[in-house]
Write a protein that binds this ligand. Structure first.
Ligand SMILES: [Zn+2]
Length: 373
């Protein structure tokens, strides 16, 4: 499964004599009813091989053939998108079946091309969803467009309205007290289950949904430390199915992400203008990255740039300079400068934020960074 630590591992791969093939392909059966993605892959691969020259072609041909047979042979495991990264000698083979669409791309370079994976991990963070009513509760985990039920809690000893007859002898007041008592027990157990879960799995995004009454009761007794992580609540009269929970969660995440991105782009530009622990523009970002100062790298989703990389210390630049100002090493040209920049940031443990849309950031050069010091 695709995780931050897997990503970090891939980002840490140093260029050596190997080449890497990074494939991103939409395989959604709805848009590829006849397995059209194989044709798309073949066309992309042909175009790539025509472009890269004889020597490189020789090195990667075997791996490309292997990918093609993998795509043909594993149709049943495919979801919506595929991210496949392999080395030309096939010693490294990472295949992720994604429940989210990706942009079709195939890239050959001396390190893996990771920008799309970085984007997915940041925009679809792991999320826990608690669904609760007066006698039933379920905890779900939502990650990268997928939902999994973690646990279910049923506290059945609650006389609902349909059972009112059984309680005929009780006065209305006592009847209501009895219900309250049982709902109270149920809610306490639900909160305990959620606490236990969060104890095991550290997650920073919690969504709580269900009947209005139950959601309020849960929120009233949740500890502050957990309340702070609740990113959204919603009311639903009937108990929702998995698919509905997933759709609601994805919508919440999308809205939050849009808002977060907008605020972040504004903050970045304002701070950079005041020279306050932030910079904008590729050259300033690269200089600070080289010095280990970047706390959070921010850039536009489709930003691309070409530049140069020091073959000795991996200093990146867009300027044509003879030798590296940091170590005197020689420069080589790189096609995917933004991806190298993101890889370096991931490796250093910096955070990454990919902005889908921001006119202000476009004007500011499409890239910037918040600094550690
Ligand atoms: Zn250098």
């Amino acid at each position: 499964m695709l995780t931050h630590s897997e990503l970090k591992e891939l980002a840490a791969i140093r260029p050596n004599e190997k080449l890497f093939i990074s494939l991103y392909l939409n395989v959604n059966p709805l848009t590829n009813p006849k397995g059209d993605y194989i044709i798309h892959f073949k066309n992309m691969a042909k175009e790539l091989l025509d472009k890269i020259g004889r020597d490189t072609e020789k090195k990667v041909k075997n791996a490309i053939d292997k990918i093609e047979s993998h795509l043909k042979g594993n149709k049943r495991e495919l979801k919506k998108g595929i991210a496949l990264i392999c080395s030309s000698d096939l010693e490294i083979w990472k295949n992720y079946n994604l429940s989210l669409p990706v942009k079709n791309e195939i890239i050959v370079d001396n390190t893996p091309y990771l920008q799309p994976l970085v984007f997915l991990l940041n925009n679809y963070p792991r999320c826990v969803v608690l669904l609760v009513d007066r006698e039933l509760a379920k905890i779900f985990i939502v990650h990268l467009g997928e939902i999994k039920e973690y646990t279910e809690l049923f506290t059945p000893d609650i006389p609902g309205k349909h059972k009112k007859g059984d309680w005929f002898s009780l006065s209305q007041k006592r009847f209501e007290r009895h219900i309250d008592y049982h709902v109270g027990i149920h809610i306490k157990e639900v909160v305990k289950a959620l606490e236990d879960f969060l104890h095991k799995e550290s997650m920073n995004n919690i969504i709580i949904g269900g009947s209005e009454d139950a959601v309020t009761k849960v929120k009233n007794i949740l500890p502050q430390a957990i309340i702070r992580k609740v990113i959204s609540t919603f009311n639903a009269e009937t108990f929702l199915g998995e698919k509905e929970v997933l759709n609601k969660t994805l919508k919440v995440l999308e809205e939050l992400e849009g808002e977060k991105q907008k605020n972040m782009a504004e903050e970045l530009i304002t701070k950079a203008m005041k020279n306050n622990m932030a910079v904008i523009g590729i050259e300033d970002v690269l200089g600070n990255l080289q010095e280990g100062k970047v706390m959070k790298l921010v850039f536009l989703k489709d930003l691309t740039a070409v530049g140069f990389k020091c073959s000795n210390c991996s200093f990146l630049t867009v300027q044509t300079i003879k030798s590296c100002p940091y170590c005197g090493g020689k420069f080589e040209g790189v096609h995917y400068l933004i991806d190298y920049t993101a890889q370096k940031a991931v490796e250093q443990g910096a955070l990454i934020e990919i902005i889908t849309k921001s006119d202000e950031l476009v004007k500011a050069g499409g890239i910037g960074a918040f600094l550690r010091f």
